[in-house]
Design a protein around this ligand. Structure first.
Ligand SMILES: Cc1cc2nc3c(=O)[nH]c(=O)nc-3n(C[C@H](O)[C@H](O)[C@H](O)COP(=O)(O)O)c2cc1C
Length: 190
């Protein structure tokens, strides 16, 4: 599958289930491979990924619900909990700080670059999962859930949570998108 088709098939899937069309091990291999392949500024390798599966997947979303103290509807959280797993995206701030002290002129850029590289990884995994017939969405319950997540997975304090990607078997396809006049956003100059 080429990149255009892959990105075309990637959508936000909110109606997901635990049953996957592929073995869990294939999903794990895919995420590992993509984490290795996605570039980072100065090749600093700042991205960190935690894949929550099985009981940890359910405990993650229970912890997220608790962190919001009822401010997010249980039904919404349960929609993510219903998936087979969640990919948690972080960057390691220890690496960012090391780079900042080595290259002080670019100091302010490093956290931005770390987030950008995480975004590159997110779109790669999101599309890669869809190539396996697995639906996912992108969520941002950070920073409210940060402390609960750090405790649940016993993570280093330097990990900064960037995004959460619940995934699972596809129960329902999202509605088709409206056609866009892309010339309003892409300007070609010669
Ligand atoms: C940087 C970024 C942040 C997003 N944050 C959220 C989010 O917090 N919750 C959510 O449900 N969707 C989130 N989305 C998904 C977008 O709303 C969605 O991709 C967009 O509306 C297009 O729909 P599609 O994914 O079905 O193509 C985010 C997407 C991006 C790229």
């Amino acid at each position: 599958m080429g990149i255009v088709e892959s990105l075309q098939n990637r959508r936000s899937y909110y109606n997901i289930k635990k049953e996957l069309p592929f073995e869990e091990s294939e999903v794990i291999e895919l995420i590992k491979k993509l984490t290795e392949l996605v570039p980072d500024a100065f090749n600093m390798k700042s991205s960190r990924v935690v894949v929550a599966l099985g009981e940890k997947q359910e405990r993650l979303w229970d912890a997220a619900y608790e962190a919001f103290e009822g401010e997010v509807p249980k039904k919404k959280i349960d929609g993510f909990r219903a998936g087979a797993g969640t990919v948690l995206y972080f960057y390691d701030n220890q690496i960012v700080e090391n780079m900042q002290s080595q290259f002080p002129l670019y100091k302010d850029n490093f956290p931005v670059w770390a987030s950008q590289s995480s975004g590159m990884l997110q779109i790669s995994v999101w599309s890669g999962l869809r190539e396996l017939g697995i639906g996912a969405s992108l969520q941002h319950y950070n920073p409210v859930i940060d402390e609960n997540v750090q405790k649940l997975f016993d993570l280093p304090e330097s990990y900064r949570l960037v995004a959460q990607m619940p995934f699972g078997g596809i129960v329902e396809e999202p509605e088709a998108k409206e056609k866009e006049d892309i010339s309003k956003r892409v300007q070609i100059e010669k």
